[in-house]
Design a protein around this ligand. Structure first.
Ligand SMILES: [Zn+2]
Length: 165
């Protein structure tokens, strides 16, 4: 499962802690998630406060992001937003899991400090057990790109699955 040969590989030393941490939030005009909410082909579902989008390209069979429709972090979501988020995680997970050739789907919240809520769902190809677990994201950066036509076809299936309820 570990994506690298261990020989010669060593961990970097920890740097000094930042306390307080610097504010890394981006303005909406500089936010990639805000920009991704615009092109219709990248939007898979639009809900009350949240939407499901996909990246322009990926090296995995499919990736989806559950994001807020406005530029806000997960910290700002109220209880109704939490309910919608939970429902969309479950439904998007099921939609990706139902795609042909998917072995598992991993759910992650990184957000990387940009200030825009994003929960990332990563689909692992069926049978490729070397990619299982938390290193899937690291592997994803090193795999060949998935053809755009395959991603478009899977996006249509996910969009249809999310529209049924
Ligand atoms: Zn944003």
């Amino acid at each position: 499962m570990f994506p690298f040969e261990r020989e010669g590989l060593r961990a970097r030393p920890l740097t000094a802690h930042a306390d307080p941490e610097p504010d890394r939030r981006k303005a909406p005009a500089d936010c990639k998630t805000c920009a991704a909410l615009d092109p219709a082909d990248l939007v898979l579902h639009t809900g009350e406060r949240l939407a499901v989008i996909r990246p322009d390209g990926t090296n995995l069979p499919f990736v989806a992001n559950i994001v807020s429709r406005t530029h806000e972090p997960l910290d700002d979501l109220d209880d109704d937003g939490h309910v919608e988020l939970g429902r969309l995680i479950g439904r998007t997970y099921a939609a990706l899991r139902a795609l042909e050739g998917i072995g598992n789907v991993h759910v992650n919240k990184w957000e990387n400090g940009t200030g825009h809520l994003s929960v990332t769902l990563l689909a692992r190809p069926l049978g490729v057990l070397q990619l299982r677990g938390s290193n899937l994201a690291a592997w994803a950066d090193m795999l060949p790109p998935t053809p755009g036509k395959e991603l478009d076809a899977r996006a249509a299936e996910v969009r249809a699955a999310l529209a049924t309820r």
